[in-house]
Design a protein around this ligand. Structure first.
Ligand code: UT7
Length: 333
């Protein structure tokens, strides 16, 4: 009987290109405080958010994915036809099926690339990068596009005091491809389903259609419990990602945590004792919390503003609903 042949993969994988899309509509705190009986000062102090971006009607999830991806593909110096796989990390694609990734792969002009969505909430982008790394090294793909994209404004209740000020929209993308040197460290990832209820849709679709006044199944969040878990547990996960990559905090150039809350970022940096030369992503101040999109958006801003450069060593750590989390060290494209 003939044996199965396996083509070898690349020795390593790396991020080859980066792109992002920020919706055009800037929404300052002053615009949302009345509906939630809050204040600009409270929101700034508790979350670090000054303003956020919400998508307009034309800025669909698909459109934002495609815009971010075109920039990432161009930045990588490849043609979209070289993409073997498109992964979209999102929780705000409004169709249960098919995956938005299939539309994105088509719009980009790939040659029928494999395409699927990943549901790991705010940790989805880092899950996608980990999968792309393994796919390239195992030989199932040479170039993988990983997109984090959300239109959370569609699933946010503007009158919910606990979440209306935090969530926002946008997209970020990276092209992952083969390399002779390691550009993506081992992923440290996991989930804690015991805390499933801490961030979730208020209802599932079966409840929505039987409701007397049907509403979109908005997100609800037990913010303070998530805050305490993330501030405490995620620094340990980030440290494990450093250890597994064989680098120390001293070796890092940039720290790009999920942009959940500026105070969580500060708490993690303190507990990891990050040296002062490590630049820290603070995109949340002007962008809000964009879940799966937040890390590539934040890294792209750092590159634009000269805080991160190609070849820098960066640490990603992401966490959110599930509770799902993932962290890895990468070389900045
Ligand atoms: O991205 C996925 C993962 N998500 C996260 O990581 C989010 C994590 N959580 C957070 O970022 C924070 O918990 C929030 C920013 C959402 C809230 O900050 P907090 O410091 O945890 O506030 P809290 O919920 O403990 O509320 C503190 C106080 C309460 O008043 P009392 O009981 O101290 O008198 C609340 O009633 O603030 C009050 N409060 C508000 N006041 C003004 C709660 N929400 C608001 C509001 N405006 N929007």
């Amino acid at each position: 009987m003939a044996g199965i042949e396996i083509a070898p993969g690349a020795p390593y994988a790396t991020l080859l290109g980066l792109g992002s899309y920020r919706p055009s509509r800037v929404v300052p705190n002053s615009e949302i405080v009345e509906a939630i009986d809050s204040s600009d000062e409270w929101i700034r102090q508790r979350s670090g958010i000054r303003e956020r971006r919400w998508a307009t009607e034309e800025e669909t999830l698909q459109m934002m994915c495609v815009e971010a991806s075109r920039k990432a593909v161009e930045d990588a110096g490849i043609d979209a036809r070289q993409l073997d796989c498109v992964i979209v990390a999102t929780v705000s694609h409004m169709m249960q099926t098919p995956a938005v990734a299939t539309l994105v792969a088509h719009d980009l002009g790939t040659e029928q690339a494999a395409a699927f969505d990943v549901s790991a909430a705010c940790a989805g982008f880092c899950h996608g990068v980990a999968m792309a790394n393994d796919m390239i090294r195992s030989g199932s793909a040479r170039h993988v596009l990983v997109i984090g994209a959300e239109r959370l404004s569609d699933i946010t209740d503007p009158t919910d005091r606990g979440s209306a000020f935090i969530f926002a929209d946008g997209a970020g993308a990276v092209v992952v491809g083969p390399s002779d040197t390691p550009g993506i460290g081992p992923v440290v990832w996991g989930s804690d389903g015991e805390q499933y209820d801490l961030i979730r849709s208020r209802q599932d679709w079966r409840d929505v259609i039987t409701d007397d006044e049907p509403r979109m199944p908005h997100l609800v969040m037990q913010g303070n419990a998530v805050f305490r878990w993330a501030s405490f547990a995620m620094a340990k996960i980030a440290q494990q990602a450093l250890d597994r990559a064989g680098v120390s905090a001293d070796d890092l150039d940039v720290f790009v945590p999920h942009q959940a809350n500026m105070r969580i970022t500060d708490a993690m940096a303190r507990s990891m004792k990050l040296p002062s030369h490590v630049r820290i992503a603070r995109d949340i101040a002007e962008q809000g919390n964009t879940s799966a999109a937040s890390i590539p958006l934040a890294l792209d801003r750092m590159k634009d503003e000269g805080e991160a450069s190609t070849g820098d060593l960066a640490l990603f750590v992401a966490f959110g609903a599930g509770l799902a989390y993932a962290a890895q060290v990468v070389v900045v494209p």
